[in-house]
Ligand binder design. Structure first.
Ligand code: ADP
Ligand code: MG
Length: 575
């Protein structure tokens, strides 16, 4: 066996520890949530690895997470019979912090203890929350498939020790030597309350063991199960409280916002599967995965057995913000990512998932405030669906919200259906302007004629918008048309009442109006040719316009030309 060694934490670990203990203090009970969550993950992982490795099946006991309270020793011990860790894994997982996220974690600590408590789980620093209540932590672990156990020990102050150890069962045991003032976590009722609040949804039994001193060195044990220990998604929705749903979401998504809406459905027929999917209310920090943007995806279970994280195939890219689990009775337990790629069962589950999530979003849109929250966080991502999902283009487009010349400010609140309702009599197109910002768009001379005619124009400023309008040529039978493209036909609409009132006694506007000659019919003014010569190759043609009321001139493009922003995007891409 290897000798006992002392190692220094990575510099940042000590820093995180100190700050975290300070920041979380008013919410210190979250350490239980984090340790139980890790234990549950570890049991999931062993069950999964044992599917493919018969040798590991021998190691698999009845899954359980055991919390032992020993008042005399002043310890709280949490043990699991999950996958365990090798020495190397301990060093990697417990001696370091997902370091790319660390600095960001520190920067994000806000001083608001509740908000800060929610940060821990997202930064892969859950284990360290043990030090909020413990002055010393001993972790003994044995990796499934190995005979060697290792003990890790630290006071959370700069270094830790590692040494070989004996452990009968595979799995991990963590002993917290509680600080003097943390006696409350030796009280069974206190621990039970916390577990029920945060961990009732955990699929494996959480057992509470109370060591009772009988005197004369005799100790008795009392064991109680604290949770229902059935996979939450298998329970009927009517028996699941809002809090349980939310805590379950926190656990699977490693996020701590309140989800905005969810889909919980079981399909039974030719195929049998369950979906429990959540729409978050905030963008995740995307740091848990080593700083790379998470590609999204849900956890896949087959017959209640955890198979993989981040299974992407069950939802299209444009719904990658959705989190949750899918559980199939029809997929084989040894299913691989490759196998999922072109699979009939997956296709069917995906169809249902997309349909249900879009329906849930439609329902959510009835609540303007919640929908605005959703749209702010994920609007640009959802819009990609208009481009990607030809079958549901119109359905996704109906969920989109836009800023317009008729809405207050840059906030995207207007749906296409609302736009159509507000169209002027005789107007038959949905007009839009694309620009880098709302302000830049409003300054466009192209909008003058629309303003004069009282015609609302959508203001598109997201990077994805240029593609969106390329793919969505019409909505509910109305063509989408850029304000800077092709000939305009607003003539028949006449002026809006508002514009008319503004024009009374306004010579310039009247003059413009009288002056306007049709772009094609009338003989061109003689000076147009001179302007054309002056501009040379830079323009295709110079013609008189009806679209301006204040500005002397503007650039327009032909119906078939690509948009200005698209041209710049392609230019940047080196096209
Ligand atoms: P996260 O759970 O977000 O990865 P944690 O700090 O909670 O971050 O845990 C760090 C890592 O330590 C885990 O990813 C896991 O690899 C390992 N780990 C923690 N607790 C256990 C456990 N009970 N059994 C096995 N591995 C564990
Ligand atoms: Mg964790």
């Amino acid at each position: 066996a290897q000798e006992k060694e002392t190692r220094a934490f990575e510099a940042e670990v000590s820093q995180v520890l100190r700050l975290m203990i300070h920041a979380m203090y008013s919410n210190k009970e979250v350490f239980l949530r984090e340790l139980v969550s890790n234990a549950s993950d570890a049991i999931d992982k062993l069950r999964f690895e044992a599917l493919a490795d018969a040798a590991l099946r021998a190691d698999q006991g009845e899954p359980a997470i055991t919390i032992t309270l020993d008042k005399e020793a002043r310890t709280l011990t949490i043990a699991d019979n999950g996958i365990g860790m090798s020495r190397e894994e301990v060093t990697r997982s417990i001696g370091t912090i997902a370091s790319s996220g660390t600095r960001e974690f520190l920067e994000r600590l806000s001083g608001d203890q509740k908000a800060d408590a929610n940060l821990i789980g997202q930064f892969g620093v859950g284990f360290y929350s043990a030090f909020i209540v413990a002055e010393r932590v001993e972790l003994t672990t044995r990796r499934a498939g190995s005979d060697e156990a290792v003990r890790w020990e630290s006071t959370g102050e700069g270094d830790y020790t590692l040494e070989a150890a004996e452990k009968e069962e595979v799995g991990t045991e963590i002993v917290l030597h509680l600080r003097e003032e943390e006696d409350e976590f030796l009280e069974p009722l206190r621990v039970e309350t916390v577990i029920r609040r945060y961990s009732d949804h955990i699929s494996f039994p959480i057992l509470l063991v109370e060591k009772i001193d009988e005197g004369e060195g005799e100790k008795d044990e009392e064991i109680r199960q604290l949770n229902q220990a059935s996979a939450l998604w298998t329970r009927p929705g009517s028996e699941i409280s809002e809090e349980d749903y939310t805590e379950f979401y926190h656990h699977v998504a490693r996020a701590f916002d309140e989800p905005l809406t969810r889909v919980h459905t079981t399909v039974e027929g030719r195929l049998k599967f369950t979906l429990l999917l959540f729409v978050p209310s905030a963008r995740p920090f995307d740091l848990a995965m080593g700083g790379q943007e998470r590609t999204g995806g849900v956890k896949l279970y087959v017959k209640r057995v955890f198979i993989m994280d981040e299974a992407e195939v069950f939802l299209p890219r444009y719904l990658r913000f959705v989190r949750g689990v899918v559980d199939s009775d029809d997929l084989p337990l040894n299913v691989s990512r490759e196998l999922l790629q072109d699979n009939r069962v997956v296709r069917s589950m995906r169809q249902t998932a997309v349909k249900k999530v879009l329906e849930a979003l439609e329902e959510l849109s009835a609540d303007a405030e919640k929908y605005a929250t959703f749209w702010k966080a994920f609007g640009p991502i959802l819009k990609e669906g208009v481009i990607e999902d030809a079958d549901r283009r119109e359905q996704v487009a109906a969920l989109a919200r836009f800023a317009s010349t008729g809405t207050e400010g840059a906030e995207q609140t207007l749906s296409l259906a609302q736009y159509i309702e507000r169209m002027r009599p005789g107007q038959d197109a949905i007009y839009y302007v694309t620009a880098d910002s709302y302000e830049a768009a409003l300054a466009s001379p192209h909008l003058e004629i629309f303003k004069a005619r009282g015609v609302e124009v959508l203001v598109l400023t997201d990077a994805v918008d240029e593609w969106l309008v390329n793919h969505l040529s019409e909505f509910e039978g109305k063509t989408l048309r850029s304000v800077d493209r092709g000939a305009l036909d607003l003539e028949s609409l006449g002026k809006s009442d508002e514009a008319q009132a503004g024009e009374e006694g306004d010579d310039k506007a009247d003059a413009t109006e009288n002056d306007e000659s049709s772009e094609s019919q009338e003989a061109p003014a003689p000076w147009l040719g001179e302007v054309g010569e002056l501009l040379g190759e830079r323009v295709r043609e110079v013609r008189l316009s009806k679209r301006l009321t204040d500005s002397p001139s503007c650039l327009v493009r032909e119906e078939w030309e690509i948009g200005e922003r698209m041209r710049r995007i392609l230019e940047q891409a080196g096209e």
